[in-house]
Design a protein around this ligand. Structure first.
Ligand SMILES: [Zn+2]
Length: 318
């Protein structure tokens, strides 16, 4: 059943878990996510980025909506990182939640634009996620260079939420988009030569929690970039040097605190790609998608189940 995000995140906040927002880039990911969440009785946010909408077209959106209405799971369809035009179209199309990302603008402009979106969305029964602080990586067609990101300033969160009326807030505490989150200069290396990123700024999160009691906090860029799949990609012809993510134990800790929604995208893509590369290397004569997509489909399900059970703690919460 299709819900709005406020209801989902309220339960997550009260019960110290986080709802995963998986980016739905293809029909195979959609089915893998829904089937696994149904099996684990885990509520889920189906996040669709404007680029994913553009890639898949309108018929795909109808399929996602139809699937969300048909399942008994609490589901929310959320427009990821967007701006005014796509947001109004998404609301008309039936999304129950949207994100306005004006985090690259000044504090005042971020407030003004977010407030405008909140007024429009609330008038249509849709909830709004906003963002304060900037993550490194790719956000809304703006590539923020590593080292130029800015942590959320806790002293701004209260004013921002009060003035905009947003329903949840994405903050920057050191997560980052994509599989190449950090430069070598920002990290140390472990004994195996793998980059170890700087730890998340839990002091910033806790300060935000103090100023916004019981308010749902969101973490973007929270893929962990599991090294087994980076290794698989590299072993079978890929080249992903120094791809690392956020350690899962740090995300688990965040989920137990006020973080109610954790965005995961790259880890699913990485597991699919590793398995497809492996399949092609082992079966160079095969060309049937039903063959080479089979392990990829299983990889989606395994990754989704792993995140729900071992990182977010959302299994059995539907
Ligand atoms: Zn994001």
């Amino acid at each position: 059943m299709l819900l709005n995000m406020t209801d989902l995140l309220k339960v997550a906040n009260e019960h110290s878990f986080a709802v995963p927002a998986f980016n739905i880039g293809t029909g195979m990911i959609l089915n893998g996510v829904i089937e696994t969440c149904e099996k684990l009785k885990a509520p889920v946010i189906l996040a669709i980025h404007p680029w994913e909408l553009e890639f898949n077209g309108d018929a795909f959106l109808q399929m996602v909506l139809e699937r969300a209405h048909r399942t008994k799971l609490p589901v929310c369809i959320h427009l990821d990182h967007s701006e005014w035009g796509p947001i109004t179209r998404a609301i008309r199309a039936g999304f129950t939640s949207v994100m306005i990302d004006a985090s690259s603008k000044s504090f005042e402009d971020n407030i003004a634009l977010t407030k405008q979106v909140v007024e429009y969305a609330h008038a249509h029964g849709v909830v709004v996620e906003a963002e304060l602080g900037t993550l490194a990586g790719i956000e809304d067609e703006v590539v923020v260079e590593s080292g130029k990101e800015a942590y959320t300033r806790p002293e701004e969160v209260e004013e921002f939420v009060t003035k905009t009326g947003c329903d949840s807030l994405a903050i920057a505490i050191g997560t980052s988009h994509g599989a190449y989150k950090f430069t070598a200069a920002q990290c140390t290396r472990n004994a195996d030569g793998i980059l170890v990123p700087p730890p998340l700024r839990f002091d910033v999160l806790e300060e935000c929690m103090k100023r916004l009691p019981n308010f749902p906090i969101v973490l973007h860029g929270s893929s962990s970039v599991p090294q087994e799949f980076v290794k698989m990609v590299n072993q079978y012809g890929g080249n992903m040097p120094d791809a690392v993510g956020i350690p899962e134990e740090q995300l688990r800790k965040a989920a137990e605190l006020a973080v109610c929604k954790i965005n995961i995208d790259s880890d699913i893509r990485l597991a699919m790609t590793g398995n497809i590369r492996k399949y092609f290397a082992e079966h160079p004569d095969h060309f049937d998608p039903r063959q080479y997509l089979k392990p990829a489909r299983q990889a989606v399900k395994d990754m989704v189940a792993h995140k729900i059970q071992n990182v977010l703690g959302s299994n059995g919460k539907a």
